[in-house]
Design a protein around this ligand. Structure first.
Ligand code: FES
Ligand code: FES
Length: 186
């Protein structure tokens, strides 16, 4: 049994310990905001935070993160108030959106350790692939998120409508009994 914390909720996965974290999140916890792109650690669509660091979840098996704290896009800010999310909306950055969960998680991890990243810092940290080519707006969005984070800029942009983040994030505790049910069936 593998135990760790996802978006503040304890989870017990009775899955093959070699299961990549990406599939535990998507298939057992229904946290489908984390995307599958390449499965080879190249594209960054599957980026989540493990103990605050950006990690490509397709490359991490669940047995290696016992006791860790995982944050997915659903748990980054349940009211979409994270500076990166606000800047992404204000800069109208996404196109199809498929890569954007990973982009946002990578950007948030960067800003957590580097409050005012240079263009070079951004280029080094943001190795995510976007097939829509949103790269020209990426640097500007991260600089803007840094200003929002520091308080030098306030954004009036409201979060977009859609599925309430708490609904998605709430799937973890909702599914935990199912995971336990599988355990008790054994
Ligand atoms: S799906 Fe993990 S890096 Fe592409
Ligand atoms: S916005 Fe479409 S892949 Fe990046």
């Amino acid at each position: 049994m593998t135990r760790f914390t996802v978006n503040g909720q304890p989870v017990h996965y009775k899955m093959d310990p070699e299961t990549p974290l990406l599939w535990a999140l998507r298939d057992a916890s229904n946290l489908t905001g984390t995307k599958y792109g390449c499965g080879a650690g190249l594209c960054g669509a599957c980026t989540v935070h493990i103990d605050g660091k950006a990690v490509r979840s397709c490359q991490i098996t669940i047995q290696t993160i016992e006791g860790s704290f995982v944050t997915t896009i659903e748990g980054l800010a349940r009211d979409r108030s994270h500076p990166v999310q606000q800047a992404w909306v204000a800069e109208n950055l996404p196109q199809c959106g498929y890569c954007q969960s990973g982009m946002i998680m990578a950007a948030a991890a960067l800003l957590a350790v580097n409050k005012n990243p240079s263009d070079a810092d951004i280029d080094e940290a943001m190795t995510n692939i976007c097939r829509c080519g949103t790269y020209p707006r990426l640097r500007g969005a991260i600089h803007r998120a840094a200003r929002v984070q520091s308080g030098s800029e306030r954004l009036a942009a409201a979060p977009p409508g859609g599925i309430a983040p708490e609904d998605a994030a709430g799937m973890v505790p909702a599914l935990t009994p199912l995971v336990r049910g599988k355990l008790s069936d054994r």
